[in-house]
Ligand binder design. Sequence first.
Ligand SMILES: Nc1ncnc2c1ncn2[C@@H]1O[C@H](COP(=O)(O)OP(=O)(O)O)[C@@H](O)[C@H]1O
Ligand SMILES: [Mg+2]
Length: 345
Amino acid sequence: MRIKNTTANKWLFIAGLSVLTILFHYLYGMSGSPVLEAFHRRLCYIPIVLGGLWFGLGGGLATAAAISASVLPFIILHRSMGHDFVSGELVEVMFYLVIGGLTGILSDAQKRERKRSEDLREQLRMSGRMSTIGELFAYMMHEIKNPLSSIQGAADIVADSSVDAQRKQEFAGLLKSEIGRLNRTLNSMLSFTRMKLNTGTCILTDEISRLLELIRPQALKNNVRINLSFQEAVSLQADCDKIRQVLLNLLLNAIEAMGRGGRLDITVRKTDNSMVDIVVQDTGPGIAPEHIQRLFQPFFTTKETGTGLGLAISKRIVEEHKGKLLVESSPGAGTVFTVRLPCSR
Ligand SMILES: Nc1ncnc2c1ncn2[C@@H]1O[C@H](COP(=O)(O)OP(=O)(O)O)[C@@H](O)[C@H]1O
Ligand SMILES: [Mg+2]
């Protein structure tokens, strides 16, 4: 049976302990044995200190007062023992009150200090959150405003009757590509805010093979050789679309990073019975240490037309699956992203 740590239970414990110590006081206070007599007074400090620790100044004083009041009849009963005995007992009673009060004051101060540092921590968390929201908002404005002003400029030219047809066509193309970019940014933002998993069984290796077909043309264009290796088919209970989105982000990032060609290795391996690692390794330029820290922040991009949302969303998806998205990279040494996910046995 588990006893709950409630206020009532704590008071009950103190009361029980006080009764026991007072009983001890009455039974052995006059036993003549120096050891028992040494015990009989000091045992009372245990419930008093507990009262002060758990309930502050009020608790310490109340326990000390209750024990002192219970001990007084004992002193009166044995007052015939002489002046020394009575004053010794009274000094002890005074100490009960002093110790109860002191423990209570110290415990109250400690509680106040703990509360203050908790408040401070919460304030810090809040201001951190607010500045992230502010930053996010500023970036969002920037990401939306940029294509909007290009769209405005291009639309003005398309609508201008003095502009020749060929230039109009050129700007109509720009109009389309900027609208496409805006659309991609907004879609990514949406999938960042709305994260609902549609879980099913995914055969990981099949999903990856299908993805590779999809990205092959781009890999060819960038002169990137792709190599997939796995020992066994691994199945996951996961949202297949979302996992595919994560892997596509990583593969495209790797291909984009290897502008002048390179090698892209994808390895699937079970780390133990319950986890699988999907390792995406490229021979690209690598990532500077100061960029690594910002890699998973929304809107962090080093690309002219990047949204900077790919890795932020990927991390979120992997974490929603109770997994981890890890990165290892240094300039000149290529980059390794590892998606670590729980998998079926
Ligand atoms: N494989 C990689 N090699 C080098 N840099 C990378 C790699 N993957 C991601 N990055 C860096 O991380 C940034 C953020 O990536 P991501 O969130 O996908 O946004 P985006 O691709 O739109 O820039 C990229 O702009 C790039 O600087
Ligand atoms: Mg990307």
